[in-house]
Design a protein around this ligand. Structure first.
Ligand SMILES: [Zn+2]
Length: 88
């Protein structure tokens, strides 16, 4: 039985959409990674079983409230990272 934090899936999915709204934000691997980590730490994890097609089923169940929360946390994370990138 495998499991995955479904929030990681949505954060990855929404990352480009959010970054597109911040043209000044660096989009390198390190910054994207930092943004994802900050956002995920501020979101409640949602573990789902990834056993045979179940992940897809659970994705369909996700309500739009969770999606809005992910977008909100991603925007906050983008602002934090673009203000203090860990590289010059
Ligand atoms: Zn960067």
């Amino acid at each position: 039985m495998e499991y995955k934090n479904y929030m990681e899936v949505i954060v990855e999915e929404k990352m480009d959409e959010v970054l597109a709204q911040y043209p000044q934000c660096c989009k390198c691997e390190q910054c994207r990674h930092d943004i994802a980590v900050i956002a995920l730490n501020n979101l409640h994890p949602r573990y789902v079983s990834t056993e045979k097609g179940q992940l897809f089923a659970r994705i369909q169940e996700m309500n739009s409230q969770s999606e809005i929360e992910v977008l909100r946390q991603l925007m906050t994370a983008v602002e934090i990272v673009s203000a203090n990138p860990r590289h010059s």
